[in-house]
Design a protein around this ligand. Structure first.
Ligand SMILES: Cc1ncc(COP(=O)(O)O)c(C=O)c1O
Length: 352
C-alpha cells in the first residue's frame, strides 16, 4: 500500500521535474506612463490551463492524506479544465477517472477529458455534487471536490506555487513589487494562494478579484453573506459560481470588480490584436479588470506594475467566444467594449 503511494508520488514529482515554468509576458501599452502590465501565461502547462497546478496539488494532497489508493477510482464534479488536468494525472498513476458533468457539457470538453483517458458521467447540473459523492461511495473511490480543497491542497508559502513563481519572475523589472495582482475566481483557490502569499511575504501588493455576471462571489465579498445562491450559471467558463464555494477566501482579497460578460469577450478579442494569440474567457475578465485599474493608476498619476493571468487558451472556445453568431444569439454586444478598450490603448484613459 505504502509502496504504491510512494511510487505514485514519485511519478508526479518526476512529471514536475520534466516541466518548465510558465512565462510572464509583458504587454506593451504605450499610452501608459511607467505603468506595466504582465500576463502570467498558465495556458502553456501540459494540459493547457492553470488547473494543471491544482490537479497536481489535489492528487498529492489525496495521496499524502491516504485518500487515494491503488485500484480505486478518482471522481470529480467538473466539466472544465480541472477534469482535463485530473484525467491526465489519473492516467499517469494508472487510476480510473470519472468526471461527473452536466448533461449540457459540450462535446469538445468531453473529448478533451476522454483524450486523457477520463470517463464522463452525465447528470442534471443540480445533481453533480450529490452524484459525485454517491459514485465515490458506491465505487470505493475518492471524490476530489476541488471546490472544497483547492485552497488547502496548494502549498501557499512556497513550492513554486503560482504566486511564488510570478513574484520571482518580477525581480528584474522596473517595478518588481506589483501594485496589483488581478485574478478571477472559480474555486477561489488561485486567488487564495496569491492573497496568502502576499501577506506572508509582507508585500504592499493588493489583490483584486474580478467576477463575471451570474456569480455570487462579488456580493459575498461586499456583505459577507455566504448563504446566498443563484439559479443561473456563469457564461464565462471556469469562473463565477452560483454559491460561495468553500475555497473562496474573501479575507485575503483587497478589492473586487464586477466585469460584464460582453466586456470579457471583447477583452480577449482586443488581446488577440496585441498578442496574436487567442485566450479563454476568464483571461478576458482578468484583463478587462486589470486595464480598468491601470487606467485609474494613470489618472491618479501613479506608476507601477500589475500582474494578471492567462488561464487557458482560446482554441477551446472557437465555437463560443470567438464565434460572432454565438455572441449575437446570446445578446453579447462586444462592440462598445472594443471601442472602450481601443480608446484606452490609444490614450490611457478608460471612458465609461
Ligand atoms: C479557465 C479557468 N479560468 C479561471 C479559473 C479560476 O481558478 P480558481 O478555481 O483557482 O479560482 C478556472 C477554474 O476552474 C478556469 O477553469
Amino acid at each position: 500500500m505504502r509502496d504504491w503511494v510512494n511510487a505514485a508520488i514519485a511519478k508526479i514529482e518526476a512529471d514536475l521535474t520534466r516541466s518548465a515554468d510558465t512565462h510572464l509576458i509583458r504587454l506593451d501599452l504605450p499610452a501608459l506612463t511607467d505603468i506595466t502590465l504582465y500576463l502570467k501565461d498558465e495556458s502553456i502547462h501540459p494540459t493547457g490551463s492553470l488547473k494543471h497546478r491544482l490537479a497536481r496539488s489535489l492528487f498529492l494532497y489525496g495521496l499524502c492524506n491516504g485518500w487515494i489508493a491503488e485500484g480505486n477510482p478518482v471522481i470529480e464534479s467538473s466539466s472544465g479544465s480541472t477534469a482535463v488536468s485530473e484525467a491526465y494525472f489519473a492516467r499517469l498513476l494508472g487510476l480510473r477517472f470519472i468526471a461527473v458533468i452536466p448533461k449540457t457539457t459540450s462535446p469538445e470538453k468531453i473529448s478533451q477529458i476522454e483524450f486523457y483517458g477520463g470517463e464522463c458521467h452525465k447528470v442534471d447540473a443540480s445533481q453533480i455534487y450529490a452524484e459525485s459523492h454517491r459514485l465515490a461511495t458506491e465505487l470505493g473511490g475518492h471524490y476530489m471536490d476541488q471546490f472544497t480543497y483547492a485552497e488547502r491542497a496548494t502549498d501557499w508559502r512556497s513550492n513554486n506555487n503560482i504566486a511564488e513563481s510570478l513574484f520571482s519572475q518580477m525581480v528584474a523589472e522596473p517595478h518588481p513589487e506589483p501594485a496589483w495582482v488581478v485574478m478571477s475566481a472559480g474555486t477561489g483557490g488561485t486567488s487564495a494562494t496569491i492573497g496568502r502569499y502576499i501577506r506572508y511575504k509582507r508585500l504592499q501588493t493588493q489583490l483584486c478579484v474580478a467576477d463575471p455576471e451570474n456569480s455570487v462571489f462579488y456580493d459575498v465579498f461586499q456583505d459577507g453573506d455566504r448563504s446566498r445562491t443563484l439559479s443561473v450559471s456563469s457564461n464565462v467558463e471556469g469562473i463565477g459560481r452560483p454559491r460561495a464555494e468553500p475555497s473562496f477566501q474573501p479575507g485575503v482579497i483587497d478589492r473586487m470588480l464586477k466585469v460584464p460578460d460582453a466586456a470579457s469577450f471583447a477583452a480577449i478579442h482586443f488581446l488577440e490584436g496585441l498578442l496574436r494569440r487567442k485566450c479563454g474567457g476568464s483571461t478576458g475578465t482578468n484583463l478587462y479588470a486589470s486595464l480598468q485599474i491601470a487606467a485609474e493608476m494613470q489618472q491618479a498619476g501613479q506608476t507601477g506594475s500589475l500582474v494578471t493571468v492567462i488561464c487557458d487558451p482560446g482554441d477551446r472556445y472557437l465555437d463560443t467566444y470567438y464565434n460572432l453568431d454565438w455572441l449575437a444569439e446570446r445578446g453579447f454586444d462586444t462592440g462598445p467594449y472594443r471601442d472602450q478598450l481601443q480608446v484606452f490603448y490609444d490614450t490611457g484613459a478608460f471612458p465609461s
